[in-house]
Write a protein that binds this ligand. Sequence first.
Ligand SMILES: Nc1ncnc2c1ncn2[C@@H]1O[C@H](COP(=O)(O)OP(=O)(O)OP(=O)(O)O)[C@@H](O)[C@H]1O
Length: 257
Amino acid sequence: MRVIELTGGSVAIAGRPVLRGIDLTVEEGEFVALLGPNGSGKSTLVRALTGLRSLTGGTLTLFGTPFADFHDWRRVGYVPQRPGATAGVPASVREVVTAGRLTHRRLLRRLGRDDRAAVDRALALVGLAGRANDGVAQLSGGQQQRVLIARALAGEPELFFLDEPTAGVDAANQQALADALAALKADGATIVLVAHELGPLTDLVDRAVVLRDGRVVHDGAVPDDALAHAHHHQRPAHHDHAPHVASPLEPRTEERR
Ligand SMILES: Nc1ncnc2c1ncn2[C@@H]1O[C@H](COP(=O)(O)OP(=O)(O)OP(=O)(O)O)[C@@H](O)[C@H]1O
């Protein structure tokens, strides 16, 4: 099944073209790496694919459904860019991860056995089962990133977007992430991941799509320069104002509005 089909996808921000006619198809079970220099449009593409940013041109179908008719966001998980989003939040690791179940619960229904099992599985997948009752603020940046990944995993997504989950994350945490994504992939999930260098994720990647200046300049094997060595990665200022991660306790549905 074709999970993502974007044809001629364009986005302009404040009149400036940021994505210019992107064609991208992703099949069920594929692991696609989105690569490209700073400002090439990777995050904007992920936001467009998750409905956080409207396309100004082109057509998009998700799971074979035209975007305008697609409402099954429970099937989609998203881990935004911006490590440290959990810093200073007085919540336990388990509480943050449990927030990932909100779209599965009816309003005011208490957590059920399925919810708790999914939370436990997600915590185990990212290797944080032993830290469930610790405050998130006590964890390192890399571990906090894993908490956000576990929160998205708790929703048991079939299509999973991660925006630079390895940026600024140490080797041990990168390996933990690679293990979690390998397990998710083995379960048949479709994964789209933004990265600068792939490091321990390299072997999981089926296809690399490279953006430059809002266009796809490569779609195929992973290019050599993306394999391991670090690029100097300057985070542009606009990421400090990312509108969609006000709090890790915010339900995913609200992140999408
Ligand atoms: N909210 C915004 N307001 C204004 N310009 C924006 C906004 N979001 C993105 N842009 C611009 O769109 C272009 C693409 O940005 P985007 O974040 O998608 O690139 P990226 O490839 O993800 O870069 P990075 O690797 O730095 O995250 C950049 O020139 C950026 O400045």
